[in-house]
Design a protein around this ligand. Sequence first.
Ligand SMILES: NC(=O)c1ccc[n+]([C@@H]2O[C@H](COP(=O)([O-])OP(=O)(O)OC[C@H]3O[C@@H](n4cnc5c(N)ncnc54)[C@H](OP(=O)(O)O)[C@@H]3O)[C@@H](O)[C@H]2O)c1
Length: 307
Amino acid sequence: MKIRSLIRSLASLTLACLITGTAAAQPGATPTNEEAIDITGKTVLVTGSTDGLGRETALRLGAMGAHVLVHGRSAERGAEVVAAINEGPGSAQFYQADFASLDGIRELAAAVMADHERLDMLINNAGIGSGFADGNRSLSEDGHEMIFQVNYLATYLLTQELLPLLEKSAPARVIHVASLAQRPIDFDDPMMEDDFDAGAAYSQSKLAQILHAVEMAEMIDPNLITFNALHPATMMDTTLVRQMDAPARTTVDEGADALVHVATAAALEGRSGLYFNGSTEARANAQAYDLQARERLIELSVELTGD
Ligand SMILES: NC(=O)c1ccc[n+]([C@@H]2O[C@H](COP(=O)([O-])OP(=O)(O)OC[C@H]3O[C@@H](n4cnc5c(N)ncnc54)[C@H](OP(=O)(O)O)[C@@H]3O)[C@@H](O)[C@H]2O)c1
């Protein structure tokens, strides 16, 4: 398969162990300095960091001394996050890209590659929820179901495009911000042309991210790049949740504790293909561990993105 051979040639064909995802307790919050890797001066891209969980995570990584590439559509909110990070020990710059356009995602990757010699961490966090477009089915610029494109295809394509830079920066980390909401991908109708349901579309896109992390972990030597996914926290108080017209049940701080833990815990060095519920290693929906399903997803991703 094209994608597998591409990745293999890129990453010297070292197979990581198959991840079984057995429950093993992890520390429950953002690591202390002693427990965290040193990210001073490291370059980290946090997609969707103009708001919500991504914003808080970008601020925290900046406070740990990283150079943060802040991304979103809102230049105004992006500038505010950049300014806040630049006041502390870290530094930041803003990249604007709309993930409703595959070209927009490619242009973001190209700009990052042109501006930086290395990329130590990629956090695929940008996302939309079931409240997007009032729960109605909508299409991306490329004609794909919008939630699948913004939440999953953007994760796939951006990661794919940035692999050479990540590999050059080994050991690098890629983290997909997924969700506890997980629905097996319907390969007969992945774009949900029949019986669209926004909640189902969201859950499908989030499980697709986990399948991708597990598949990449199998392809790429974890000493070069690790790929992990997490559910940050349930119903945080963010724009995405407010658009669902549902009450918040947790805070952005709780989600950021979990995300920063997975991003920086020293104990996770070289550990790849894991799924976390908060900061706790857990088992995702069974489809994530189904090799055939993962291969079908990669085939579908190649077909839909051309990459
Ligand atoms: N909130 C929860 O309880 C919860 C639970 C589980 C998982 N998650 C996941 O956590 C992640 C962050 O969610 P959140 O609740 O923090 O959401 P949020 O506050 O609504 O923030 C979403 C971020 O994504 C960006 N974004 C949205 N559409 C985009 C597009 N078309 N192109 C580029 N960027 C786009 C937004 O940027 P602009 O505003 O600048 O466009 C914003 O920075 C998502 O992946 C979500 O699925 C959230």
